[in-house]
Design a binder for this molecule. Structure first.
Ligand code: ZN
Length: 206
């Protein structure tokens, strides 16, 4: 244990995802050694990101505007909606260049252990979005792990009565992993070979 503010910093850093106690200590001492101007800029970005960035009112993606770049793009196909857990999954799918539709971000996955149920996710917003008949195909692209599968199963049950095409990313994605860590080729293939799991069969898109 260090005294005062240096320990506070180590504690704060250690609370970040993927940062263990040793890394937290290393980063804290790196910041102590760094140029004051660099640290000030870093601190300013931390504050700004909380002030400026919020969630797209349509899809839940992170944005500095009311609507995100993808929702605001008229060239994106409004009839196909890809449902993902987090904004970072959108980045992963965009990298494949396989998808020209729009997205819906759930804000997580169903996890009884973490106390996250369907009500904590943006599922109500999803059903509202699907209500006006614009979307004719939904692609479920939750993570290939336990929570992602549970979420997909729940969504399938909710979407079944709506009568639209529903498909799910094909297998081949590393099981137990995060969508964002799948390489572009694997994720692209999973998109092409997505499996129809409800409604009319999904047609492969150019
Ligand atoms: Zn959006």
């Amino acid at each position: 244990m260090y005294d005062g503010v240096i320990q506070d910093l180590i504690d704060e850093l250690g609370s970040l995802p993927g940062v263990g106690p040793k890394s937290a200590q290393r980063i804290a001492f790196h910041l102590l050694d760094a140029d004051p101007e660099d640290v000030r800029r870093f601190a300013a970005v931390l504050v700004q990101v909380k002030e400026k960035v919020h969630f797209c009112t349509i899809c839940g993606n992170v944005t500095e505007d009311t609507e995100c770049r993808i929702c605001a793009d008229p060239r994106r196909d409004p009839s196909v909606l890809c449902v993902v857990e987090e904004s970072k999954d959108i980045l992963a799918i965009e990298r494949t260049r396989e998808f020209r539709g729009r997205y819906h971000v759930l804000g997580g996955a169903i996890s009884p252990i973490a106390g996250i149920g369907p009500d904590q996710l943006r599922i109500r917003e999803l059903l509202q979005r699907l209500g006006d008949g614009t979307v004719t195909e939904v692609i479920i692209a939750t993570d290939p792990n336990l929570e992602g599968e549970a979420t997909a199963t729940y969504l399938l049950r909710m979407l079944a009565p709506l009568g639209m095409r529903v498909s799910k990313l094909a297998s081949g994605l590393p099981v137990g992993g995060d969508l964002e860590y799948a390489d572009e080729v694997t994720l692209g293939r999973a998109f092409e070979g997505r499996l129809s799991v409800g409604g009319a069969p999904a047609e492969p898109r150019p």
